[in-house]
Design a protein around this ligand. Structure first.
Ligand SMILES: O=C(O)CCC(=O)C(=O)O
Length: 252
């Protein structure tokens, strides 16, 4: 593991992530940055219309390619430099590295917004099967672009289940229902959470009249296929702007 990166997390943060399978990194974005990102996303959604998120629909490696209850945008890597920080922020990389070790890459960088009255997902993991503890293949970070509250479709997580060696489908009668031990990510806009993607998690129903916006920078170990083939989608413009390290993270 890269010690400099891991030093970006305190020992108690590393331990919390290890035990619970998630970690609040705090507010990594200012209010002004959140507004600028939301403005950019709005323009992209308008420009892409019906095609928004289509890159995911083309991928063989995605669990929810089309989700009626959520707006999606995909391949944000190639949609503006404002998104570079989502997969290069040192504290995020420290969290990813704490779960996956040194050998990781970006799998996909997507936007997900739970629509009013919608957004419920069953409890799931983002991998085809359960894995034994510490043999983790995938790890997510969720960037909150609105305050996440108990009502607006905040992500739920069942702490510790990344070590259970079981999938929610195998254990729960109905993974759409709430789990007695689940917690809700409640935090202000600009906050970033790391979650081990083997922990049981899912979106909840947005019971407000406003959308609940987030970006997921999702990583996998280097031996796994990316949800978005970054080499296929990389544009010249993105390539010209990125550092050697950023390209290494994209595996391009
Ligand atoms: O956006 C969320 O709250 C969770 C989304 C999620 O887990 C997924 O799409 O797999």
């Amino acid at each position: 593991m890269n010690q400099t990166q891991l030093d970006m997390l305190s020992n108690s943060e590393k331990e919390f992530l290890e035990v619970n399978g998630y970690l609040n990194l705090g507010q990594l974005l200012t209010g002004a940055e959140v507004s600028a990102i939301n403005e950019k996303l709005k323009k992209l959604l308008e420009a892409e219309g019906e095609n928004a998120g289509s890159e995911l629909a083309e991928s063989k490696y995605i669990r929810h390619p089309k989700e009626e209850g959520a707006d999606r945008l995909a391949d944000l890597v190639n949609k503006g430099s404002i998104f570079d920080q989502f997969y290069t922020h040192p504290r995020v990389l420290a969290g990813i590295s704490a779960v996956l070790g040194d050998s990781y890459k970006l799998s996909s960088l997507n936007y997900r917004a739970a629509k009013p009255g919608k957004g419920l997902q069953k409890l799931h993991v983002d991998y085809k099967n359960a894995v034994v503890a510490n043999d983790y293949k995938v790890c997510n970070s969720i960037w909150l672009l609105d305050d996440f509250t108990t009502d607006n479709g905040a992500t739920r997580i069942v702490p510790g289940t990344h070590k259970s060696d079981r999938l929610p489908d195998e254990v729960m009668k109905d993974p759409n229902l709430s789990h007695p031990e689940e917690i809700l990510i409640n935090a202000p806009a600009g906050s970033v959470f790391i979650f081990n993607s083997h922990v049981w998690h899912g979106g909840t129903e947005n019971r407000t009249s406003n959308i609940r916006r987030s970006i997921h920078s999702y990583f996998c170990t280097r031996d796994q296929p990316q949800q978005i083939d970054q080499r296929k989608y990389l544009t010249q413009e993105t390539s010209n702007r990125l550092s050697v390290r950023a390209k290494e993270i994209l595996d391009v």
